[in-house]
Design a protein around this ligand. Structure first.
Ligand code: GDP
Ligand code: MN
Length: 361
């Protein structure tokens, strides 16, 4: 789950990382009072989750003379498809230099890594590709709770010393928040010293409960529904809906779809011991994604009983065809129920998947 700029900056402030003065507003008429608290010259920053927000017109300078008009303009905007509903009124900065700073996880090395560059403000992907030598990567032993001096010195090189303290505090935030990314882009030099002009924190979704967050607000409605039922669910861009039980069987189903030149729209792993209700929710969820033309259900009955699965498929009552491969416990009864209700149950996964690919075409 991702924190917006205003949330990240509050976390930075609490952790002793200097940030510009700002007030969050949710309507244009709050802008003038906010300006009077913040500064004579401000920037209004749309709190929308898009990259390159500044370039897309999401950051507008304002002062006492034009604040109402500028605020009305920004609140009226849609930036890369997202409506502007929250705006950060922030003091305008006199920037003499921009740096890039982030801490993330290097998955292959299984270590946190500090990324620092004296050339900030740019797209970091572009910098990493075009001038990789300009981006320092300093790996951190994951057992460190705070950063040792030598790591901080290595990271900043000949950049101003005060950045060292910011790196330390950012690392504390990174650990305390169970983050997978804590980023300041740009970190700026101003007459007031070094400040975080922008901020982004992404939490590890596996630690939301530990962080006291009950709901992942970034999930799309179908993903949220899947999480509620404890399904593993992923969306792709084809037209075949896939339901399996167990990661292995579900992945094999995707492989065979690809083998027959089909394309999966999504896949859902119902897990072990699925009863008819769970199967019904699974079928409805997979079918509710726009573009799903046919669903293939590929389940192995062990603890899961094939007659329960059949009842769930029938109860779902969706409009798309459902092609079924069921094997195992109570298979004959499952087949009888499905055929009685006009569903196709095929004998092998190969046959069922091939049939689904044909229907999708
Ligand atoms: P982003 O476009 O969403 O990454 O928004 P940023 O907050 O990073 O701002 C984009 C750019 O605007 C920065 O890299 C600065 O170069 C520039 N900028 C100019 N004046 C200001 C200012 O007063 N405050 C901030 N935050 N950025 C400014
Ligand atoms: Mn930025």
């Amino acid at each position: 789950m991702k924190f917006r700029e205003y949330e990240a900056k509050q976390i930075f402030r609490d952790a002793g990382i200097p940030v510009p003065n700002s007030v969050l507003i949710t309507s244009p008429n709050e802008a003038a009072p906010a300006l009077s608290i913040v500064a004579d010259n401000v920037v209004l920053k749309a709190q929308v989750d898009v990259g390159g927000r500044g370039k897309a017109g999401g950051i507008l300078p304002a002062n006492a003379d034009n604040i109402n008009a500028v605020a009305a303009e920004l609140f009226g905007k849609t930036i890369k498809g997202l409506k502007v509903e929250k705006v950060l009124v922030e003091e305008a900065l006199e920037i003499s230099h921009e740096y890039y700073l982030s801490i993330t996880i290097d998955r292959s090395k299984k270590m946190p890594v500090i990324l620092f560059s004296k050339e900030g403000g740019v797209e970091i992907e572009t910098l990493a590709k075009e001038r990789p030598e300009a981006l320092r990567r300093i790996y951190v032993d994951p057992s460190f709770v705070t950063l040792p001096d030598f790591i901080v010195r290595n990271a900043i090189g000949d950049a101003p010393k005060e950045i060292g303290k910011i790196i330390r505090n950012l690392y504390t935030v990174f650990i305390a928040k169970d983050a997978v990314l804590a980023e300041i882009n740009p970190l700026v030099m101003t007459p007031q010293g070094v400040l975080a002009a922008d901020g982004k924190i992404i939490l590890d979704d596996n630690s939301l409960a530990r962080q006291g967050i009950s709901e992942n607000r970034d999930l799309a409605p179908r993903e949220a529904e899947a999480e509620k039922h404890g399904f593993s669910y992923v969306e792709l861009d084809g037209s075949i809906g896939v339901i399996g039980n167990g990661a292995g069987l579900t992945m094999s189903t995707l492989d065979i779809i690809a083998h027959y030149k089909g394309k999966a729209a999504n896949f859902l792993d119902v897990g072990g011991g699925a009863n008819s209700d769970r199967v019904m929710y699974a079928v409805r969820l997979v079918a509710s994604m726009p573009g799903v033309k046919v669903i293939v259900v590929n389940l192995l009955g062990g603890i899961t009983r094939c007659d329960e699965v059949a009842k769930g498929i029938i109860a779902a009552g969706i409009s798309q065809p459902v092609i079924v491969r069921l094997a195992g416990t109570n298979e004959a009864e499952g087949r009888r129920l499905l055929e009685e209700h006009g569903y196709r149950m095929l004998d092998t996964m190969d046959l069922a998947i091939r049939a689904a690919v044909e229907v999708a075409q």
